[in-house]
Ligand binder design. Structure first.
Ligand SMILES: [Zn+2]
Ligand SMILES: [Zn+2]
Length: 148
């Protein structure tokens, strides 16, 4: 008969910690399991957690959209959510997302975000409006004291 070793054994990380199977070490789940058990995560789990956090942060990071140049969380094809959805609902055209159809208020906000990043012509195209409209946006923002 083997005696019950669990209590007598000196602490050996990962072994005989509980009744249910603990998640494998070297994974983010393993790291969480250490934390839940109130232990210091082992090195393999620390590495896995660091990698997990890195990729999570990268997915949260705001980057300029390949379609419109506005910063946002990139979801697919280098586009942000709004542009990807526009592309989807337009029937996934080969040319990429169509220009956004925005209310004037939305367009003003977007314009304010990208004004000065390119020529007025390029910005007008990105916003799907004419150059005269861009000039009106600029005047409106200045009048409201939002840009100077
Ligand atoms: Zn571990
Ligand atoms: Zn975009």
């Amino acid at each position: 008969m083997k005696p019950a070793l669990a209590m007598a054994e000196p602490s050996e990380p990962g072994s005989s910690a509980g009744t249910s199977e603990p998640p494998e070490c070297g994974s983010y789940a393993g790291y969480r399991a250490h934390i839940n058990r109130d232990e210091d995560p082992c090195d393999r789990c620390k590495v896995a957690n660091a990698a997990y956090m890195r990729s999570w942060r990268a997915s949260q990071e705001e980057r300029p959209c390949a379609c419109c140049g506005l910063p946002g969380r990139i979801v697919s094809r280098g586009w942000r959510q709004a542009c990807y959805e526009r592309w989807n609902s337009a029937g996934r055209p080969a040319g990429g997302p169509p220009p956004p159809r925005m209310s004037r208020a939305q367009a003003l906000i977007e314009y304010r975000a990208i004004r000065g990043t390119s020529t007025d012509e390029v910005i007008a195209e990105r916003l799907g409006v004419g150059i005269k409209t861009i000039r009106r946006y600029e005047a409106a923002l200045r009048q409201a004291g939002l840009v100077w």
